[in-house]
Each structure stands twice: as structure tokens, then as C-alpha cells.
Design a protein around this ligand. Structure first.
Ligand code: ATP
Length: 245
């Protein structure tokens, strides 16, 4: 069976000499959640941007069995690859609802309306603020809006870049609970970029550990149920910062 996303020997360069990603390979099946875990600068965002077409990458990237390396970001979105960048990037002056409309600008109006209802059902925290300005939302609510906006395009693969960034632990938990709900209800595949092992484990099937632009280790989430196993990968691949919740 072919994977939904297949990344083989992907390298990303910024300029001739600066290599951010070195021959990274991984697969994502329909309905699976695969995490890329690593410290700042490990190359996680560069992988996401190369898969979504925002930066050029060398190597092979296949989606649904077809090579996508030469396709524009727009065409990749049309095929179902949607990137939710780190830092949320909601448009503060627009309302929550208008931000969602932006995420679904390319779909027919009737579908857009029903998707907005679906997103607001999924995130009740933002539903009762739908007509207020997005800047009024808390950090966690803005993250929900950013994910919701990504869902508006009807993705088959969601590339989620550090959804826990800058959020208090309680809000991180809430955002991840919603992601688990999405997992249960849909066949959506997710590539999740994170620095925090504990929150990542709950949602993911498989975790790839990155350092210096390379994958240095891989584990199935079920292999990390024991505290000792978690500590081992933290020591081997991540360093102390990743243990914090
Ligand atoms: P973070 O968690 O801080 O976002 P990351 O693991 O996502 O880190 P990347 O953002 O992919 O890492 O960065 C990997 C390397 O590439 C870093 O050394 C970074 O400085 C470099 N880099 C990233 N973006 C650019 C750019 N636009 N131009 C030049 N170098 C870049």
C-alpha cells in the first residue's frame, strides 16, 4: 500500500552553504499522526515548508503516489495539503468568522458555510466569539482558530507547526484534546511539529526525532508508555527542555 505522504531523502538549503535539512525520510498513512520532534533550529519547520511548497527542497516528495515537488503551494492546497504555520498568524483585525472564510476562499460558498459550522462545533471556545475581532482571543483560542482555518480548506494532510508554542499548559491540553477529537472523527492525516514529548505522544502514532537537520531516532508512541523509555529518548535525542509540560 502506498502512503498518503512519502518523503525520501529530503534536503533543504538556504543559500548555497546553509543546509537546514539533510536527507530526511518518513511516511504518513491516511489517518495517521506523525510527529517531528526536536529543539529550535533542528529543521522541523523547513521540512513542513518544503512539503507545502513554501521553500524548495531536494529529494522526493510524493502525495497520493504522485510526485509533488514541482507543484505550487496553491496546487498542493487544492490536492489537500494544508500548512498551519507556527505563531498562529490569524488576522487580528478581522472577526473569527472572517478568518475562517479566508481559510476556505477557494471552496464553494455553501460548502464554506457548512465547514464554518463544523469548525465552530469543534471549537466551542471560539464559537461564542465568532463575530468578535480575532485579536481579542486568548493564545489558545487563536491557535484553535488557526487550526480551524486550516480545516476550512478540507485537507487530507494537515501540517501543524508547534501548536503548543507560547501556550500555558492548560491551553496546550485543550488544543490537543481538540486535535484528538479531530483524529477520532476524521481520516485526516497530520504531521505534527513539536518540542514537547509529553503532549506529542498522546496524539501521535510515530515520532521522528530531529537534530541538526537529520532524523536521529524514531519510535512508535506505544514504545514510550514507560517513564524509563521516555527518559531514554529525552536523554538521547532531545535534552532537558523537552521534558517540561
Ligand atoms: P524552531 O523550532 O525554532 O522553529 P525548527 O526545527 O523548525 O526550529 P527551522 O526553522 O527549520 O528549524 O530552521 C533550521 C535551520 O535553518 C536553522 O539553522 C535556521 O537558522 C535556518 N533557517 C530557517 N529559515 C531560514 C531562512 N529563511 N534563511 C536562512 N536560514 C534559515
Amino acid at each position: 500500500m502506498t502512503s498518503l505522504l512519502s518523503v525520501r531523502n529530503l534536503s533543504v538549503f538556504y543559500g548555497a552553504k546553509s543546509q537546514a535539512v539533510e536527507k530526511v525520510s518518513f511516511e504518513v498513512d491516511t489517518g495517521a499522526v506523525v510527529a517531528l520532534l526536536g529543539a529550535n533550529g533542528a529543521g522541523k519547520s523547513s521540512i513542513m515548508k518544503a512539503v507545502s511548497g513554501l521553500v524548495p527542497g531536494r529529494g522526493e516528495v510524493h502525495f497520493d503516489g504522485e510526485p509533488i515537488q514541482t507543484l505550487s503551494t496553491r496546487e498542493r492546497v487544492r490536492r489537500g495539503i494544508v500548512y498551519v504555520p507556527e505563531g498562529r498568524e490569524v488576522v487580528g483585525d478581522l472577526s473569527v468568522r472572517e478568518n475562517l472564510v479566508l481559510g476556505g476562499y477557494q471552496i464553494p460558498a455553501a460548502t464554506r458555510r457548512s465547514r464554518i459550522d463544523m469548525v465552530l462545533d469543534l471549537f466551542p471556545e471560539i464559537a461564542n466569539k465568532a463575530d468578535g475581532a480575532a485579536w481579542r482571543l486568548s493564545g489558545g483560542e487563536q491557535q484553535m482558530l488557526a487550526i480551524g482555518r486550516g480545516l476550512m480548506a478540507g485537507p487530507r494532510l494537515l501540517l501543524l507547526d508547534e501548536p503548543s508554542l507560547g501556550l500555558a499548559p492548560l491551553l496546550v491540553r485543550r488544543v490537543f484534546e481538540r486535535l484528538e477529537a479531530i483524529r477520532k472523527e476524521t481520516r485526516l492525516a497530520i504531521v505534527l511539529v513539536e518540542q514537547n514529548l509529553r503532549v506529542t505522544m498522546r496524539l501521535s502514532d510515530e515520532i521522528h526525532f530531529l537534530r541538526g537537520g537529520r532524523i536521529v531516532g524514531r519510535r512508535r508512541a506505544e514504545e514510550l508508555k514507560e517513564e524509563a523509555a521516555r527518559q531514554e529518548v529525552i536523554d538521547a535525542y532531545l535534552g532537558a527542555g523537552a521534558a517540561a509540560e
